[in-house]
Ligand binder design. Structure first.
Ligand code: ADP
Length: 169
C-alpha cells in the first residue's frame, strides 16, 4: 500500500505571548453547588477553550469571604452577602487564557440575573442578585489577586493543553 504523507502533528507550544494570557478567579457560589449546577458551569468555561489551573470544593471561612468582598463592606447587603457565601461549600476555580477575564464576565452575565442575557449563566440559571450562582474577577489584576487569595501555590497547576494550537493560531 502507498505510504501516506506524515500527518502534521502539533506539539504543545506557547501560542499566545505571556502578556496576553490572563488569569481569572471563578467561583460557583453555594446556591450553584446546592442546585447541582457545578458540571454545567464548569463546562461553559471548558468548552469555550479556557484552561483550568485550579479547582476545589471548599467551605469558605467568614474571614476569607469578608476579605474577598471587602470593597463592598459599606453596602447594606454586606452581612447577607457574607452569610450567603459561607452558607455551604463553593467551587473555587482558576481559569487562564487570552482575554479570559472579560470573556468570563460575559459568559456569567449581569450581576442582577433578571438583567442578564439569555445564554449567560446568570441569564439562564438565576433570578436574584443575592443568589446569582457564580463569581468572576472584574480585572486581570483582581484575577491574579483573587487566585492568590483563594488558592495555595501548590493547589495550582501550570500545564500545556494539547488543544491549544486548535484554539489559537
Ligand atoms: P459581580 O459579582 O457581578 O461582580 P458586584 O461586585 O457588584 O457584582 O457584587 C458582588 C456580589 O455581591 C454580587 O455578585 C451579589 O452576589 C452581591 N450583591 C451585589 N449587589 C447586591 C444587592 N443589591 N443585594 C444583594 N446582593 C448583592
Amino acid at each position: 500500500p502507498k505510504r501516506h504523507h506524515r500527518p502534521r502533528i502539533f506539539l504543545p507550544h506557547l501560542v499566545a505571548s505571556m502578556e496576553e494570557v490572563e488569569q481569572t478567579y471563578i467561583m460557583i457560589k453555594p446556591d450553584g453547588v446546592q442546585r447541582g449546577l457545578v458540571g454545567e458551569i464548569i463546562s461553559k468555561f471548558e468548552r469555550k477553550g479556557f484552561k483550568l489551573t485550579g479547582l476545589k470544593l471548599f467551605q469558605c471561612p467568614k474571614e476569607l469571604a469578608e476579605e474577598h468582598y471587602k470593597d463592598l463592606q459599606s453596602k447594606p447587603f454586606f452581612p447577607k452577602l457574607i452569610d450567603y457565601i459561607t452558607s455551604g461549600p463553593v467551587v473555587c476555580m482558576g481559569w487562564e487564557g487570552v482575554g479570559v477575564v472579560a470573556s468570563a464576565r460575559k459568559l456569567i452575565g449581569a450581576t442582577n440575573p433578571l438583567n442578564a442575557e439569555p445564554g449567560t449563566i446568570r441569564g439562564d440559571l438565576a433570578v436574584q442578585t443575592g443568589r446569582n450562582v457564580v463569581h468572576g474577577s472584574d480585572s486581570p489584576d483582581n484575577g491574579k489577586h483573587e487566585i492568590a487569595l483563594w488558592f495555595k501555590e501548590d493547589e495550582l497547576c501550570a500545564w500545556a493543553a494539547v488543544q491549544e494550537p486548535w484554539l489559537m493560531e
